[in-house]
Design a protein around this ligand. Sequence first.
Ligand code: HBI
Ligand code: FE
Length: 284
Amino acid sequence: MEAAKDWIVDQGWSRYTADEHAVWLELYERQARLLEGRACAAFLHGLDVLDLRGEGVPDFARISDRLEALTGWRVVPVAGLVPDAAFFDMLAARQFPAGRFIRGRARLDYLQEPDVFHDVFGHVPMLTDPIFADYMQAYGQGGQRARGLGQMHNLARLYWYTVEFGLMRTAEGPRIYGAGIVSSAKETVHALEDPAPRRLDFDLERLMRTPYRIDDLQALYFIIPSLETLLDVTQRDFAATYERLRDLPDIGIGAMLPGDEDIGVGEATPTHCSPVGGAVAEAD
Ligand code: HBI
Ligand code: FE
């Protein structure tokens, strides 16, 4: 864990200003309202059980004590993105690295670098689910192995299309579990209700061959049938999968392959939620 230790900083919770706490609450209220009927049950449960609204920016030590009692995970303050080696070591040790800065009011809607709202509001609630908690640790262990195999880009795609931008099937229709979606007002509505993006059933090898865009609303989402699917994925022999993918070309985000069953908007729109117009107006 030597590598990871170098990147851990003190959160300095007492130094947040009243305005920074107010920004947290404003972002929290907006997203919590938008996510009713759009986020999966595990995410909404995590928000509640960790009391993530609180009085403003959460104290990582406080939420970590609650989280650790549930699934053994802790939230660890870091100064920003950490190198892959340290990142995987931390996930393998059930330590989720979270940025401590919060966006300013001028950048309420989008920022490149993950801030505490993206990392804690976006990623931490799902870590209260035992299956997802196991997946994230197994992902970290997979990353430690993949580094030796030089297959980082396949694994980064797996993280992107599940942990960051994943959708899941439920009895009520597709629901969101990806942190990049739940922490963004625009993406929350876009992911489930906009006719533009494609939504395909989860297929590990297809996903690992599909590049992604980092600076725009997603054009493609993968939908898992259940969280157990994620855990099954990590039980596979990644080395054999990498071997098979090594000489295969990438698949374009817009490519239609035989058998592609695009889960259109009709199936995705949640039943009981504010009319899309209202939501989109709010997100703009
Ligand atoms: N560091 N703090 C932080 N947060 C991340 O999500 C993160 C990272 N370093 C590397 C990394 N993600 C990527 O390699 C993963 O997307 C695979
Ligand atoms: Fe993230």
